[in-house]
Design a protein around this ligand. Structure first.
Ligand code: DGT
Ligand code: CA
Ligand code: CA
Ligand code: ZN
Length: 567
């Protein structure tokens, strides 16, 4: 079991306790423990009970439970709770508006046990009869149930897919018969969510590879297993399709299964225009293959340069490739700093110094600590006094810290009317200001546009944090006039953030394309709440690459002295 597996069990227990109406502190203890485990650099499976007990946020009682989870893969308490609150029931929590309290009401008052039950109740308008629910919520639930029917919502986040793919591919590479192996599909294109994994391999003895594949202990169901093709469902509820091809076709198969479909169809038309046939076996003139072993060879034969998978969406990348005008996409190593991170001063889980040292060890030249402002009371947001106190600590740390420049910033709340949650003189003293919308997300597009435009016009603001506020699969983006935001941002020299949190990835890929076209700079930030989170930058990079972003489009590729063109 890796740390994520252990954390998942604890999270599930927390979810079920929560829905059961258990003590909030107990629920929080399980959630915090799950988070602490995710933050560990070493596998908890390698730790003794005493060592687990010593992890901050984990008490003796939980340490015992964690050992049980590590040893048995599960915990009796989780199984007991699951009998009362089956996964079908907990699934309902993903529906926007259905938090644990409301779900508890539905269970107690309407005996709802599944999605079908909920649909029935919604369709017969029984929710609106219950105090605390009402017709507005009922309508919202009805809409999101329909939305899910249309096939949305079952995709998994890239970061989760990456973890699952890493374990599976490590296992697959142990098979002696395997030659090349690549995870293709939307995963290779680094889409923010993936529907399933498509693995392409080349092998001399493909039957042996297939046998090895379906024997993977993460498999829960084998849907299909043939000589060259197999399809399984993993316990993580992700489907995996495996294709085996001979080495001379590997590039063609990789290209075909990387997609996107639109990109493939466009390439095939180009091939046809040259009297060629392109398919998953190769590029053919008549019956003779002229390319197929590598993607590069195929693109070259079509008079194209190799197109990075992130761009393969038929959004102009084929034309750009033909004209020799493909962008040189941003890479992680181009980033010199991280400009959105949290510390123990608010809702972070590491000290300022720990964050700074980790950022330095990750190769960054500067890091801004941008804790929340006072409006976020839940996160113990900073008022001017605590901000000054933090400044003094940062100054002390700077004296003993070498190899990285530590900046004091803030993630200041944008209030309903577009004013900021801290006075101008407080903001003026800071090295970096992120301004974000965190509440009252239901405003009309006109109101929200006015609100954000006003923040952009504020000369203290360097960047707008997670601009759309969407949470993948959980919360729709806020409504605003993006064209207007881009115009004002360019005028004012204010940047927009690409937030790297796996459920934010905000700006989106297409929003990045629009920002670049409008001449608005972006900042790629981790929004780290722990030292481990500093690694999330990788996901922001993925999103930016899908958005055609190059080094010069990104402010935090600059040396510190050129960082704030506005000042
Ligand atoms: P996903 O799994 O929904 O996140 O998205 P993809 O892009 O991974 O789609 P998937 O798994 O259905 O198929 C993998 C790739 O196979 C896809 O990107 C392109 C290729 N492919 C699938 N169906 C077709 C097709 O009908 N025509 C062509 N040209 N390519 C296809
Ligand atoms: Ca796929
Ligand atoms: Ca597939
Ligand atoms: Zn935020």
């Amino acid at each position: 079991m890796d740390n994520e597996d252990v954390a998942k069990v604890l999270d599930e227990i927390a979810d079920m306790l929560d829905v059961a109406g258990d003590n909030v502190f107990r629920v929080r203890a399980y959630r915090n423990a799950a988070q602490s485990i995710r933050d560990q650099a070493v596998p908890v499976a390698d730790l003794t009970q005493e060592q687990i007990d010593a992890i901050p946020g984990i008490g003796a009682d939980l340490a015992v439970k964690i050992r049980t989870i590590v040893e048995t893969g599960d915990h009796p308490m989780r199984r007991e709770l699951e009998a009362k609150f089956p996964p079908q029931l907990l699934e309902l929590r993903k529906i926007p508006g259905l938090g644990p309290k409301r779900l508890k009401l539905l269970i107690d008052r309407l005996n709802i046990r599944s999605r079908e039950d909920l649909e029935k109740a919604v369709n017969s308008a029984r929710l609106s009869e219950i105090t605390g629910l009402g017709p507005k919520l009922e309508q919202r639930i009805r809409e999101s149930l329909q939305h899910r029917e249309a096939g949305a919502g079952d995709r998994i986040r890239y970061a989760d897919a990456a973890r699952i793919a890493a374990q599976l591919t490590a296992y697959m590479r142990k098979c002696a018969a395997i030659g090349n192996l690549e995870v293709a599909g939307s995963f290779r294109r680094r889409r923010e969510t993936v529907g399933d994994l498509d693995i392409v391999i080349s092998a001399v003895d493909s039957a042996a590879v297939m046998k090895h594949f379906v024997a993977y202990n993460g498999v829960s169901q084998v849907a299909e297993s043939g000589e060259t093709k197999a399809s399984v469902l993993l316990k993580d509820r992700l489907q995996v399709d495996l294709r085996a091809v001979p080495p001379k076709s590997f590039g063609a198969a990789l290209m075909y299964f990387t997609g996107s479909k639109a990109h493939n169809l466009h390439l095939r038309r180009i091939a046809q225009g040259r009297g060629l046939l392109l398919n998953e076996y190769g590029l053919f003139r008549g019956s003779s293959a002229i390319a197929g072993r590598s993607e590069e060879e195929i693109y070259r034969a079509l008079k194209l340069s190799l197109i990075p998978p992130e761009l393969r969406e038929d959004r102009g990348e084929i034309e750009a490739s033909a004209a020799g005008k493909l962008p040189k996409l941003i890479e992680r190593k181009n980033l010199r700093g991280d400009l959105h991170t949290h510390s123990l001063y608010t809702d972070g889980r590491a000290s300022i110094e720990e964050m700074a040292r980790q950022a330095r060890d990750n190769g960054l030249e500067y890091i801004a600590i941008t804790d929340h402002s006072r409006r976020l009371a839940m996160a113990r947001g900073l008022d001017p006094d605590r901000l000054r106190e933090q400044r003094r600590e940062i100054d002390r740390i700077r004296k003993r810290l070498s190899g990285i420049t530590l900046l004091q910033g803030i993630e200041v709340d944008i209030l309903d009317d577009g004013n900021l949650d801290l006075p101008a003189d407080s903001l003026g003293e800071l090295d970096w200001v992120v301004a974000s919308v965190h509440y009252n997300l239901e405003q009309s597009s006109a109101e929200m546009t006015r609100r954000i435009v006003k923040a952009i016009r504020n000369p203290n603001v360097d960047v707008i944090g997670h601009p759309s506020d969407r949470l993948l699969g959980r919360r729709e983006p806020i409504k605003f006039d993006f064209g207007e935001i881009l115009n004002v941002a360019r005028e004012e020299g204010c940047a927009l953030e690409v937030n790297s949190q796996p459920e934010r990835l905000d700006l989106t890929d297409t929003a990045c394309i629009a920002a670049k076209r409008a001449g608005v700079k972006v900042v790629i930030s981790s929004d780290a709440h722990s030292t481990r989170d500093l690694d999330l930058l990788e996901y922001g990079i993925n999103q930016a690459r899908r958005g055609w972003i190059e080094k010069d489009d990104v402010l935090n590729t600059r040396p510190l002295k050129n960082l704030r063109p506005r000042r």
